[in-house]
Design a protein around this ligand. Structure first.
Ligand code: NAD
Length: 476
């Protein structure tokens, strides 16, 4: 155990920001303006439940309004506090800038354990929280657009959208007040999987560069790589599922609230997920070794560690023992500033949160655009694209006939080529492009500057530069 004290999450983000900003040449005072959180609103409201009045505390923090609306999830967890939402809001500013989603940064939270409430109770609480935020324009399609985060999902987003619509009956863009909604309530295909999908695309991009893999002491492909995931919720589940099913990675460890599972041969992600849904945790799962103190698996041998649960899990107390050569921060802030330093010195490569989990906000951006344009992506082009492809197929067929049927198309080429892109294909294509472009912008800084030795600093440099340019364009 180190004698150093661990900074708070907010201080950790500031320390990382400061490290990067020292390498920049910003106009006097701008550094401070970018770092500080513009405003944090605390709300305490009562809801009558089970025959008594219950008081809840919630927050919505706006970090930067250099672009509007501001964007960021709403988290339901007992540990939610001002320091945490401010840290998360700051990360949203940098994340949006990095992936070029045209938003400022925001974040919200409610101090509640959602597992303690019935669905109808959660609906009452969510609607009341949404009412308190919406009446102050802290939910608004052109000013502040929340999304899901830990403890919330499509269901809560649908309640928020409906609450806003009830309060703004003539707002034709009301659906764009929140993203992550179910498809039948104005959502977009591929949003639920987006953050985990983005983690997969980020790893695929990392693995395209020999130099980057070598920095982590890795080589080859994702196929066969041993992966340990913490948190099999929305982000962790999708990342683990796609990596194992589509890239051949072995999920050798899964860490949940009640313990961890380990199997050198790889775990069946779908089976573990089903077990958790049925039994409320991983304990008792038959086909793996169970450890009660799941956090020890963060220190287990593996090729890739994916913390996808909560912040501060890799800290001064365990960083020295973490063996993974590559960590991808699917959660926000899983590695503290102190742990980051220890891991860097050990040669561990960290793909930072502001990039690694940006798939969620990227697809949220697509959803917001869809809501404002009031039309599903691909609706106008799909059949026209198919008709043009049919022309090519017909022409190939005609040439084959002329040449006496001497060649033939491979069996599934026709079906694959003919199929026009629907919304899901377009969303995945836009997400893939975004994750690749953002990674390339980071690695260029990482490899081209002698004073930048890690991807996190590179990510901050790219994003702070973009935020600074926005301020400059506004004449500030
Ligand atoms: P979630 O609530 O769907 O899942 C979180 C999972 O972590 C749950 O399965 C929970 O049981 C588990 N967990 C909680 N505490 C744990 C502990 N101490 N040890 C091990 N497991 C624990 O949440 P999510 O939406 O998947 O979010 C996870 C992280 O990803 C958060 O940091 C969030 O801010 C970040 N994130 C989420 C999104 C998104 O689109 N949902 C986008 C960007 C970033």
């Amino acid at each position: 155990m180190s004698s150093r004290t661990e900074p708070s999450f907010r201080e950790s983000v500031d320390l990382m920001f400061n490290r990067a900003v020292k390498l920049m040449d910003l106009p006097p005072g701008l550094e401070e303006k970018i770092r500080v959180c513009n405003a944090t609103y605390t709300v305490r409201f009562g809801v009558r439940l089970r025959g008594a009045m219950h008081t809840f505390t919630g927050y919505r923090s706006v970090h930067s309004e250099h672009m509007e609306p501001v964007k960021g999830g709403i988290r339901y967890a007992t540990g939610v506090n001002q320091d945490e939402v401010e840290a998360l809001a700051a990360l949203m500013t940098y994340k949006c800038a990095l992936v070029e989603a045209p938003f400022g940064g925001s974040k919200g939270g409610l101090c509640i354990d959602p597992r303690e409430y019935e669905e109808h109770e959660l609906e009452l609480i969510t609607r009341r929280f949404a009412y308190e935020l919406a009446k102050r324009d802290l939910i608004n399609p052109s000013q502040n657009v929340p999304a899901p985060d830990m403890g919330t999902g499509e269901r809560e987003m649908a309640w928020i959208a409906d609450q806003y619509a009830r309060m703004n009956t003539t707002d034709i863009n009301a659906k764009a007040c929140v993203t992550g909604k179910p498809l039948n309530a104005g959502g977009i295909s591929g949003r639920v999987e987006a953050t985990g999908r983005g983690v997969q695309y980020a790893l695929r991009e990392f693995f395209r560069y020999e130099e980057d893999k070598a920095a982590a002491g890795l080589s080859g492909k994702l196929d066969g790589k041993r992966v340990i995931v913490q948190g099999l919720g929305n982000v962790g589940y999708h990342a683990a599922k796609f990596l194992s099913e589509e890239d051949g990675s072995l999920i050798t460890g899964i860490i949940e609230r009640d313990g961890g599972l380990h199997s050198a041969d790889g775990l069946d992600v779908e089976a573990v997920r089903n077990w958790i849904v049925k039994h409320g945790g991983v304990s008792g799962y038959p086909d793996a070794q169970y450890v009660e103190d799941g956090a020890v698996l963060l220190e287990e041998e593996c090729d890739i560690l994916i913390p996808a649960a909560l912040e501060g899990v890799i800290n001064l107390s365990n960083a020295e023992r973490v063996k993974a050569p590559l960590i991808i921060e699917a959660a926000n802030g899983p590695v503290t500033a102190g742990a980051d330093e220890i891991l860097r010195k050990k040669g561990c490569v960290i793909i930072p949160d502001m990039y690694a989990n940006a798939g969620g906000v990227t697809v949220s951006y697509f959803e917001w655009v869809k809501n404002l344009s009031h039309i599903r992506f691909g609706r106008m082009q799909r059949r026209q694209e198919e008709a043009r492809h049919q022309l090519v197929i017909d022409e190939l067929q005609r040439l084959d006939d002329v040449m006496g049927n001497t060649w033939s198309m491979s069996p599934d080429f026709k079906d694959k080529y003919l199929k026009g892109a629907g919304e899901l294909e377009l969303v995945r294509s836009g997400l893939d492009d975004t994750m690749r472009a953002a990674y390339q912008s980071m690695r260029e800084v990482w490899h081209s500057r002698d004073d930048v030795t890690d991807l996190r600093t590179a990510a901050y440099l790219v994003s702070i530069d973009k935020v600074a340019k926005s301020y400059h364009a506004k004449g500030l």
